[in-house]
Design a protein around this ligand. Structure first.
Ligand code: NAP
Ligand code: F7E
Length: 355
């Protein structure tokens, strides 16, 4: 069905970009990934290194802050489908670099839409929206109808990207859609995000590289899915008859504390929690402190609770999540345990989440 189609993906070096590339290549697409110039060309592209020998996989240079580069990419590739996954996607960084975040994550989407409108208006466009748009949630669970109240510069940038995508659909009749995706994780998740930080630290602690993990607000609750399940929905959204926006979620919510308990129990440590707020710690069954709270991981404004309802995606596009919360946590811990034990055997330091 997809034989011979051409896709352009921004953010191809990220978690979703790597899974989406694999999915589209398996469907017979020619995939072009936009990469920005770096001083060391291979650095940071490890998630797509395994695709470099595939004759249908190509890289093209460009940057989300540069309209000319996006225009040139569309002119050169003439894509049937354009997936805009590029973003400054780490929420805490968006308070440190709010203008850059607005430029890349917000204005970047507008530049992509302009590039399509000017150069190939029949190209279908997917915008990577986020549950961070809901922020301080106005209803539980969140649906396509829930009003937005973003709580970070990142969330604000994603609201702009969502609204401008809808506006270009209504103004210029572009086939442009946003997937409002809730948190989705995998062994390819960046080490700065809480899930991967926890699974890597559980693996490192159980192998003796560290004794404790520092963490922020463990009461925050998220609807965590598996990234490979979620990119399937990105593709399905561009195969529908008419463009529309969809919530993509699992319909379950779990606290950061629950994630920690499950990950550590999977490496044989049963945690008991003591204290409150910034004094909260967790000890293992031998009385050794394994988790401490550090105020530096708390945010100026928190999103306390997210849980999405994916009924519309299921009804219109037949999509539902395939991976359970427990399955996801175990998959990520197993992968990090394997990474750490390989490093130990070969005598190099395993990766460590940023402090
Ligand atoms: P990610 O791993 O952080 O990847 C972000 C990508 O954006 C990287 O390929 C990065 O390239 C690229 N990028 C950043 N700035 C750029 C610029 N100026 N020009 C060109 N490319 C740039 O993100 P992800 O988890 O795959 O998420 C994909 C998209 O979904 C993002 O838009 C994110 O905001 C959104 N989203 C993610 C989640 C989630 O839970 N994962 C949930 C909702 C929405 P480099 O390798 O060069 O840095
Ligand atoms: O935080 C709490 C933190 O950084 C999750 C991005 O993909 O999903 C992601 O954004 C929760 C927050 O993801 C630590 O306060 C506690 O409540 O893994 P996170 P996020 O902010 O939810 C959305 C949907 C996106 O769109 C984003 O691009 O965990 N938390 N302690 C911590 N978070 C981190 N990072 N580190 C901690 O030590």
């Amino acid at each position: 069905m997809s034989e011979g189609k051409v896709a352009l993906i921004t953010g191809v070096t990220g978690q979703d970009g790597s899974y989406l590339s694999e999915l589209l290549l398996s469907k017979g697409y020619a995939v072009y990934g936009l990469v920005r110039r770096t001083s060391q060309p291979t650095l940071g592209r490890s998630l797509i290194n395994h695709l470099s020998e595939n004759p249908n996989f190509h890289l093209i240079n460009g940057d989300m802050t540069d309209q000319a580069s996006l225009d040139n990419a569309v002119k050169e590739v003439m894509p049937d489908e354009f997936y805009n996954l590029a973003a400054q996607s780490f929420v805490p960084e968006s308070w440190r670099s709010p203008l850059m975040t607005a430029d890349v994550t917000g204005m970047g989407a507008l530049r992509c839409l302009e590039a399509i409108k000017r150069n190939k208006p029949e190209c279908r466009y997917y915008q990577a929206g986020s549950s961070e748009q809901f922020g301080e949630v106005k209803e539980i669970p969140q649906t396509e109808e829930t009003p937005f109240h973003p709580r970070s510069p990142y969330g604000c940038a994603k609201v702009f990207a969502f609204e401008i995508t809808r506006n270009y659909r209504e103004s210029y009749d572009l086939f442009a859609c946003t997937g409002i995706l809730f948190n989705h994780e995998s062994p390819r998740r960046g080490l700065e995000f809480v899930t991967r930080k926890i699974t890597m630290m559980a693996a490192r602690i159980s192998a003796g590289f560290d004794e404790t993990m520092s963490i922020g607000n463990v009461d925050a609750k998220r609807d965590w899915g598996y990234a490979a399940d979620f990119v399937e929905m990105q593709w399905r959204m561009l195969q529908q008859e008419k463009p529309d926006d969809f919530v993509v979620a699992t319909g379950e919510t779990h606290s950061v504390k629950e994630f920690i308990d499950l990950a550590f129990s999977h490496v044989g440590m049963i945690l008991s929690w003591h204290g409150e707020g910034v004094d909260r710690i967790a000890k293992d069954q031998n009385g050794i402190t394994r988790v401490v709270t550090n105020p530096r991981f708390f945010r100026p404004a928190e999103v306390e609770l997210l849980i999405g309802k994916y009924d519309k995606a299921e009804a219109a596009l037949g999509w539902k999540p395939g991976t359970t919360f427990t399955g996801l946590v175990k998959m990520m811990v197993d992968s990090d345990v394997a990474l750490v034990s390989e490093a130990k055997e070969r005598g190099y330091a395993p990766p460590k989440p940023p402090e």
